[in-house]
Design a protein around this ligand. Sequence first.
Ligand code: ZN
Ligand code: ZN
Length: 471
Amino acid sequence: MVELTFYGGVKEIGGNKILLEDNDTKIFLDFGMSFGKRAEFFEEFLTPRTANGIGDFLAMKLIPDISGIYREDLMEYLGRKPIGPDVQGVVLSHAHADHANYVSFLHKDIPIFCGETCKYILDAVDEQSQRNIENEVLNFKKRPLFRKNYKNLPIERKFKTFRTGDKIHIDSLEIVPVAVDHSVPGAYGFIIHTSEGAVVYTGDLRMHGTHAHMTDDFINASKDAKPVAMITEGTRIDIGKTDESEEKVYRESKQKLSNNKKLSIVDFNFKDVDRFTTFYKISKDLGKKLVISFKHACYLERYHKDKKIRSPDSRDGNILILKPKRLTGTYIDEDYTDWYIKRRLSYPNIITAEELTKKPDQYMVVLNFWYFNMLVDLKPYGGTYIHSLSEPFDEEMEISYDRMMNWLNHFDLRFVQSHCSGHICGSDLRKLIKTINPKVLYPIHTEHPGLFRKCSMPSKMIKEGRIYKIY
Ligand SMILES: [Zn+2]
Ligand SMILES: [Zn+2]
């Protein structure tokens, strides 16, 4: 008998943690952070206390209270008896935090299966993030963090990577990963061959991106498996057909920047390598240099290492790295203590904001809102800013968005919105479901599960923590 239990992603976008049990085998499909649930109780300066280990997360129900899955040190810290892992593996669909980050809490002996490219991205995140209990995906330091053990080497998790064409075997389960198109490279959907037949899990995917053919391959392979059940994402089930595409972002953005005689600033998620490629291409077309940060360099170097992604290196002739001001504010080497910056200080293509101000029309700076204080040095008066991210969809984002607009107005920057979503639109999703034609549908990663009732097969209105049996 096969059972599914959903511990996240229920009536919310992301936070997927799906337990699949086939007789004695237990696996999790993703183990992500629920941004929505977290935001119900916490915000920027009110955060779960690291000094309470896993305690605040369990108490506020940000993670399920299940035995045999969490780190021994965290269990001991709570006064509970640590037990060996009772789950045989976690299979990650992709490297977005809402699918991967809460692996941080899991027992060190639970193997984590993910795509090769997904692992590269997790490495890049790890290299430049401040250590925090919510992002100890690759390795962790035992709690409590006494000063003396803080210097100890972290405990590494067991990662096993795959590519399309590989098959994952976990006990009696055979899992076939098929690459899909999403706003991060190394995203996969899965066909899980269980004792009751095939269960399909879409992860996050789309049909309108640069690699739509990969999603087509996934649909065909899933259809051929004649699935007894499909767990599908439904982020945009309420959206009809749109004309969005990466090509449209390229066209619009290039047009807006082509007549810009001042500084060009763009903001996009650097995990999205297709978007990077779009802006890299525009910078070359317009004869401008693309200016990135040291954090971005961590990603770009991994993309460059990945043979399947044809990305330039961070020291490419058309790329410059913007040096941030630290300590003395004078850019001397001694100012930099972060290892990810320190080890790159000898790169030949490092530039300062002051140098950029001399010929602003020659540069396109990738700058995220959280680093807008650098605008003070960049002095981008009269330039153009392209917001290549989704528009705000909750109150907190609205507040940041208003603040962003204040900065743009202050520096007299022209605002341009140009983006294409990482998620399939409703009309494409209905077609995908019809083609794959599973016996039963389990919609997750959506605020509108009710809209799936219109599909021709039975659709489960999932309750978190409830067991669903597949016969
Ligand atoms: Zn997601
Ligand atoms: Zn995603």
